[in-house]
Design a protein around this ligand. Structure first.
Ligand code: FE2
Length: 190
């Protein structure tokens, strides 16, 4: 996807999400999805768009999320497959997930957790964040309590990727992307 089209997707998201925290979360998930698409030989633009729009209904319908993604996304012309991919990150999704859908679940919580770990560093940076410090924080129940540790672990297992490798992959993807121009408008950290 070229930058013009990605900009259109970003504008669609902004029509439905105003919270900066949620927008940053969507950007982080987009970044991780694009990086994993390359690893799994998927279409990076498509995977990235699924990531960017995966929480499009969350602000308006926090109770029923991601049920309302259907009407919002179809009103913008997204097809059934795309809507299914977005809705598959419902924690109680009844079907076997595809690899894209497994990755979406695995990066949904891990991106936020890794960013939370970076924010408590003295330099507030992802650049020097070590895997072992993220693993340590996972064991600290008081830290970022909203992040479900079991989901972090089982979703990585479902992808077939070692948890430490997953953490390292997400740190690297986010750290690299934060230096790109398209992520300067709303920096993930700061
Ligand atoms: Fe999410």
């Amino acid at each position: 996807m070229n930058n013009v089209l990605r900009q259109d997707v970003w504008q669609i998201l902004r029509q439905h999400v105003t919270s900066e925290v949620l927008l940053k979360h969507c950007l982080a998930v987009e970044i991780a999805m694009r990086a994993y698409a390359v690893k799994f030989e998927g279409d990076a633009a498509y995977w990235g768009t699924v990531g960017l729009l995966h929480d499009i209904d969350f602000e308006k319908y926090p109770e029923d999320h991601p049920e309302h993604a259907r009407e919002i996304l179809s009103s913008h012309g997204y097809d059934e497959n795309f809507i299914t991919d977005v809705q598959s990150h419902a924690r109680d999704w009844p079907m076997e997930r595809t690899i894209l859908q497994k990755v979406l679940l695995a990066v949904d919580e891990m991106t936020g957790f890794v960013i939370a770990c970076a924010l408590v560093r003295p330099d507030k940076s992802l650049d020097n964040l070590e895997v072992k410090s993220v693993v340590k924080k996972m064991k600290d129940k008081a830290f970022a309590r909203a992040v479900n540790r079991e989901t972090l672990i089982t979703s990585a297992e479902d992808m077939g990727i070692d948890i430490k490798e997953h953490i390292e992959f997400v740190i690297k993807a986010l750290a690299e992307a934060t230096k790109k121009p398209e992520y300067q408008e709303l920096p993930l950290i700061g």
